[in-house]
Each structure stands twice: as C-alpha cells, then as structure tokens.
Design a protein. Structure first.
Length: 71
C-alpha cells in the first residue's frame, strides 16, 4: 500500500479526525462524530483510498517517483 498523503496533510487529518471523534463523547454527543474515524485512520496510515481511485497523490516523493525517467 503506497503512501499517497503528504506529511502535513496527515497531521491535519489526524487532528480533524480527533476533533470529529470528540463529538461522540463531548459536546452534542452525536453519532456523526464516528465519521472522524475516516480522516483519523487515513492520516495515521498515510494512504487514502479515494486519492488512489482518482489517481491523486499529495506526497511529493511518491509523485516524483511515478514519473518516467529518461534513459
């Protein structure tokens, strides 16, 4: 499973995921907070299945490695 998420974006995803997950336990206590698991897991793993389907990569090292190199 290739890493297709930039390190800064990973940190943002983890923070947003934790904030959304906090809605389950603090504040309005709504089940919608469980949606925070999606950005939390994708940020922790560094792989986004939606990015893979769309052919997008915000990880510079991965994006540069995908280019064809002249022989």
């Amino acid at each position: 499973m290739p890493n297709n998420v930039n390190s800064i974006e990973r940190v943002v995803r983890v923070i947003v995921g934790l904030l959304l997950l906090a809605l389950v336990f603090v504040g309005p206590r709504t089940a919608w907070g469980y949606l925070g698991l999606v950005p939390l897991v994708t940020g922790a793993v560094g792989y986004c299945p939606l990015y893979h389907l769309l052919g997008v990569s915000t990880n510079r090292a991965r994006a540069q490695g995908d280019r064809e190199r002249p022989v």
